[in-house]
Design a protein around this ligand. Structure first.
Ligand code: KIV
Ligand code: ZN
Length: 496
């Protein structure tokens, strides 16, 4: 069996179904071009019948990329298929993705139909799509909960009708990896014409098993995986592209499977999706979360400093992240402290390091995270810690005039004032702070979280900035979101 796994990216279709993540056509084009550089084989660009905007997006994405196959989703409905075919007219390589429910729950409760009638509709839809395109993918919706024999009949019938790919979605994220893998194996072993099509895995994450199920399906013979960047998707999301691609790479020896993904592009694409879909990645998310390569406990830091492989199975640079980070906290050990001091040009004999380490622990308990400024202070190399705090902030915002921020900052005991306009109160505040600090950083991530809910809630702000490809984080919280933003931004700048 061929060991090449085709990567079908559905960020622009299943991913975009997430409330609040809707994209404009220009944004979809930008993402599609990035997906092309990432090396995906198929881009599911949308569901053209669903809205004029989605139709237009499929048209424009079709024009904008040339390598990947462009796919459009339909129901098993003739009108859907006609509209999808029209939307795909400019695609150099095109595919229609049609389908219908396959579980008894869908057949009887959703479609209010019978097994035979649904089979007929499946075949009719496949044949109809074939009139417009050669490449037709059929999805057996809710296959995860479908009866095996009925599912096998459906797969056989749609392949006989011309389907080139058959998708076996675990639509509700219900299966265990063993069950899902066994389902794929059953189809490979029992569908007589299975050699005429590729089986595709499409898993949802309702039980946190989407990636595990995807890998189980591939290990059992599926050769296409349907994934999204950052695992974005309906409810708990879809299988994440970055996790699956890196699993296949990390376990190449045992699985023997390959994709065409250019893994170095993973992190840049992940950032782009976060930005354009306004959907932050959880900090502990595998591969692309901000803590995925951050080490803060003493034992791990010591191990990583001796040899990265001690605690990292992936080199962060392989996925486009500049480096791992060693975060100094009260859980850090002497090895990490020595490492950071040496980076500052300070070398200490072992006995002296032990004394400094005791002082460091007290400082870390008090300040939570210890940065380079703090270390210099600890070594008595600066008369005092750099003082950087907002002493006053006035912001005006509204519909009538551009937002304006007036900010006063205590910089090492000197009060500095600046004011700036921006396209919102946050932008104005950051511009005003930049005018005082003169630090040239790129704002990479800005995340506001309400802690308990309610309009009088505390806002916790997380900011990430970068300078010369190094990331710095700042955190702050306040009931005033704009003030918390200014404080978090200063917290990040203090570490640059
Ligand atoms: O989850 C699902 O079943 C789907 C199909 C429309 C492919 O997204
Ligand atoms: Zn889905």
């Amino acid at each position: 069996m061929d060991n090449r796994v085709y990567v079908f990216d559905t960020t622009l279709r299943d991913g975009e179904q997430v409330p609040g993540c809707q994209l404009h056509t220009v944004e979809k084009i930008e993402i599609a071009q990035e997906l092309e550089h990432l090396g995906v084989d198929i881009i599911e660009a949308g569901f053209p019948i669903s809205s004029p905007g989605d139709f237009q997006s499929v048209v424009e994405v079709s024009k904008a990329v040339s390598e990947p196959i462009i796919c459009a989703l339909t129901r098993a409905v003739e009108k859907d298929i006609e509209v999808a075919a029209e939307a795909l007219q400019y695609a150099k390589r095109k595919r229609i993705h049609t389908g219908i429910g396959s579980s008894d729950i869908h057949v009887f409760n959703k479609l209010k139909s019978t097994h035979e009638e649904v089979l007929e509709r499946a075949v009719r839809a496949t044949r109809y799509a074939k009139k417009f395109v050669e490449d037709v993918e059929f999805y057996c919706e809710d296959a995860g909960r479908a009866n095996l024999e009925y599912l096998a009949r459906m797969v056989e019938a749609v392949i006989a009708a011309g389907a080139t790919v058959v998708n076996i979605p675990d639509t509700t994220g219900y299966c265990l990896p063993e069950q899902y893998g066994a389902k794929i194996k059953y189809l490979i072993d029992h569908v007589p014409n299975i050699d005429k099509a590729i089986l595709s895995v499409h898993c949802h994450n309702d039980l946190g098993l989407a990636t595990a199920n995807t890998v189980a399906g591939l290990a059992n013979g599926a050769r296409q995986m349907e994934v999204t960047i950052n695992g974005i998707g309906e409810r708990a999301g879809n299988t994440s592209l970055e996790e699956s691609a890196m699993i296949l790479r990390s376990h190449h020896e045992s699985l023997g499977l390959e994709t065409g993904i250019n893994v170095k592009r993973i992190y840049p694409v992940s950032r782009m999706i976060t930005r354009l879909m306004r959907m932050p990645v959880q900090p502990n998310k595998a591969i692309v979360g901000r803590n995925a390569f951050a080490h803060s406990s003493g034992i791990h830091q010591d191990g990583v400093l001796k040899s990265r492989e001690n605690y990292e199975i992936i080199d962060p640079q392989d996925v486009g992240i500049p480096s791992s980070s060693i975060v100094l906290t009260a859980r850090s050990g002497k090895a990490a402290l020595r490492h950071r001091l040496e980076k500052l040009g300070i070398e200490l004999p072992t006995e002296e390091l032990a004394v400094v380490y005791e002082r460091f622990l007290h400082m870390a308990d008090e300040r939570r995270e210890v940065n380079d400024e703090d270390l210099l202070e600890l070594m008595g190399m600066e008369s005092s810690r750099r003082v950087l705090e907002i002493t006053s902030l006035e912001v005006t915002a509204g519909t009538e005039k551009p937002s304006r921020a007036q900010v006063q900052i205590n910089v090492n005991g000197v009060q500095k004032y600046n004011e700036a306009q921006g396209n919102g109160p946050v932008d104005a505040t950051i511009r005003a702070i930049d005018g005082i600090m003169g630090t040239h950083v790129k704002l990479e991530e800005y995340l506001v979280q309400a802690i308990t809910g309610g309009s009088n809630d505390l806002a916790r702000v997380h900011i990430q900035v970068s300078k010369d490809d190094v990331f710095y984080y700042g955190f702050a919280s306040d009931t005033d979101t704009v003030l918390a933003t200014g404080m978090a931004y200063l917290d990040a700048l203090m570490k640059v």
